[in-house]
Design a protein around this ligand. Structure first.
Ligand code: G4P
Length: 290
């Protein structure tokens, strides 16, 4: 799967994206990096720290409505230990979005004071939004900018096509200038991105993916999963993940001619229900142990 993704991402693409981001970084005071709260590590661009360097940053753990809140708390703590301020948000409903600007102000405080001292009053804070595809960048901008229309970049000598939004509180938001890629070289990362829906199904073996997801769900004894598939009376540890997939198909009456279980259909249903948030709030990765 990682190879398939690589087809669309040859070094030329990466060079171009890096160039665009570097150019835009010079124009902003701060970066809002957005990741998927269910997989904050796998949904990050592997080169982002090197790119952003010491530019102030807020990390938005988006889709926190779908992640286990206790695990999300662990991630916030983990990032804090790395000197990164992370804020869980849900850009679909808007929950947590109102915490973004106060946190931005807090992070920018030392710079704002410097600006004040040097007489740069009224200077706006320019923030660039970055993230890999599907993490919710457009949703975030919609929530923050609302009906504000983007204005085309008109400053001389600047990359064309940059989209700026002027928000209240003297803040200007720059829509992501280029598409960032996830970590291709790690198949586990590819799998997690696929669970989350960030990678297209056509390039995946859906049954293999379902089996992997079942490993996670069975291990975490996820109650919503157990109830949804009526597995209350089963000892999940007695089943291999593939047998669990068959059991799910059987429980849902998914049979093909000859009475065989339609595991492909069962896999599709399981993945769809996970992506739709129907199996509860499941985080796919824990912070690394230090
Ligand atoms: P992108 O610009 O980074 O590519 O992401 P985008 O905002 O397009 O969001 C990708 C998908 O994730 C969208 O779903 C969007 O609704 C969903 N999404 C974004 N933020 C959140 C969140 O905080 N919680 C949840 N549960 N979902 C979120 P879609 O199925 O592609 O479109 P639609 O459902 O909006 O029609």
């Amino acid at each position: 799967m990682a190879d398939k993704q690589n087809i669309q991402w040859f070094p030329g693409h990466m060079t171009k994206a890096i160039r665009k981001i570097k150019e835009s970084l010079r124009m902003v005071d701060m970066v809002a990096e957005i990741v998927d709260a269910r997989l904050p590590n796998s949904s990050r661009n592997p080169d982002i720290d090197r790119l952003i360097k010491s530019k102030p940053r807020i990390l938005l753990l988006n889709k926190s409505d779908m992640a286990n809140p206790n695990v999300t708390k662990m991630w916030v703590k983990y990032f804090k230990s790395k000197n990164i301020t992370a804020v869980p948000v849900d850009c679909k409903s808007g929950r947590g979005v109102n915490r973004i600007m106060p946190t931005v102000m807090e992070i920018m405080k030392p710079r704002l004071e410097k600006w004040q001292e040097s007489g740069m009053t009224g200077r706006s804070i320019k923030i660039m939004v970055v993230g890999i595809p599907n993490v919710g960048k457009s949703s975030l901008i919609n929530k923050l900018a609302g009906k504000t229309r983007a204005r085309a970049e008109d400053r001389p000598g600047v990359t064309r096509g940059n989209q700026w939004y002027t928000l209240e509180d003297n803040i200007e938001l720059l829509d992501t200038p280029g598409v960032l890629w996830p970590k291709f070289d790690d198949p586990e990362v590819g799998e997690k991105l696929a669970f989350s829906g960030a990678v297209k199904d056509q390039i995946l073996d859906i049954e293999l993916l379902a089996v992997r997801l079942l490993e996670v769900l069975a291990k975490s004894q996820n109650q919503q999963f157990i109830e949804r598939f009526k597995l209350q009376n089963e000892d999940l540890s007695e089943y291999t993940p593939y047998e669990l997939l068959e059991l799910i198909g059987k429980k849902r009456g998914m049979l093909v001619s000859g009475g065989e279980i339609d595991t492909e259909r069962a896999a599709n249903v399981l993945i769809d229900e996970y992506r739709g948030g129907k199996l509860g709030r499941v985080s796919l990765e824990l912070p690394p142990r230090e």
